[in-house]
Design a protein around this ligand. Structure first.
Ligand code: ZN
Length: 221
């Protein structure tokens, strides 16, 4: 025989599902991974995209931590938020990254890799991920970096071409002297972008503790 608590819980679950379906009818949202209605993206679906353990790379003098390899499932999600306008899934993904990764200690700001100068995107996915990390870690996001020039068709460049990214690829537009920073990007391909950003931050007097990415392409950095 069901207790009153069981009946109440069951009623609550049904009511929640009913509300989700109702919301979906009014404003259709589906999790892009499992298709569940009423979810921008499910917490479990995000977790299922992560690797079992944190992936660590040492790129010259920069430690880069990633939560997944750039495999098929996560690739689809990244393409969705980069090229299909699914901005709303970035911050929730950043939050789950923040739960998965240990909170860095003694850090003043999280710095995202900036949006390319000629990008047609209306938002910066690295910034959105950084906001999600900030929600969990309670470390502020700062956006002091800018690209110095147009990088032609960056997505189409191969690993060797990306490594040629010039040392003055970024400039810093705010005073970051003496600040302790961590960097964030969505994908680490060769590590060069993060290395260049770390270098310009260090040249501006900041300490760069490490960098975080959602996914990393396997292979040498
Ligand atoms: Zn889902």
């Amino acid at each position: 025989m069901n207790s009153i608590t069981d009946v109440t819980n069951s009623f609550r679950r049904h009511a929640e599902n009913f509300i989700k379906v109702l919301l979906h009818l009014i404003w259709p949202i589906n999790c892009p991974v499992c298709g569940r209605p009423g979810e921008v993206i499910c917490h479990e679906c995000i977790e299922s995209l992560f690797w079992d353990e944190i992936i660590t790379h040492e790129a010259e003098n920069l430690q880069i931590y990633s939560v997944s390899f750039y495999h098929t499932d996560i690739k689809d999600v990244i393409l969705a938020f980069k090229y299909a306008g699914l901005k709303s899934i970035c911050r929730p993904i950043g939050r789950v990254m923040g739960e998965f990764l240990p909170r860095p200690e003694g850090v003043d700001y999280i710095i995202p890799v900036p949006l390319h100068i000629d990008s047609s995107r209306k938002y910066n996915q690295a910034y959105e991920l950084a906001l999600g990390l900030s929600d969990i870690w309670h470390i502020e996001v700062m956006n002091p970096a800018r690209w110095t020039k147009v990088i032609p068709n960056h997505a189409g460049l191969n690993a060797i071409e990306r490594k040629k990214l010039s040392k003055d690829a970024f400039r810093i537009s705010r005073d970051i002297n003496n600040l302790s920073l961590v960097l964030v990007d969505d994908v680490c391909t060769t590590g060069t972008t993060l290395l260049r950003l770390a270098q310009v931050c260090r040249d501006s007097g900041a300490r760069v503790k490490c960098a975080y990415t959602l996914a990393t392409v396997s292979g040498d950095l």
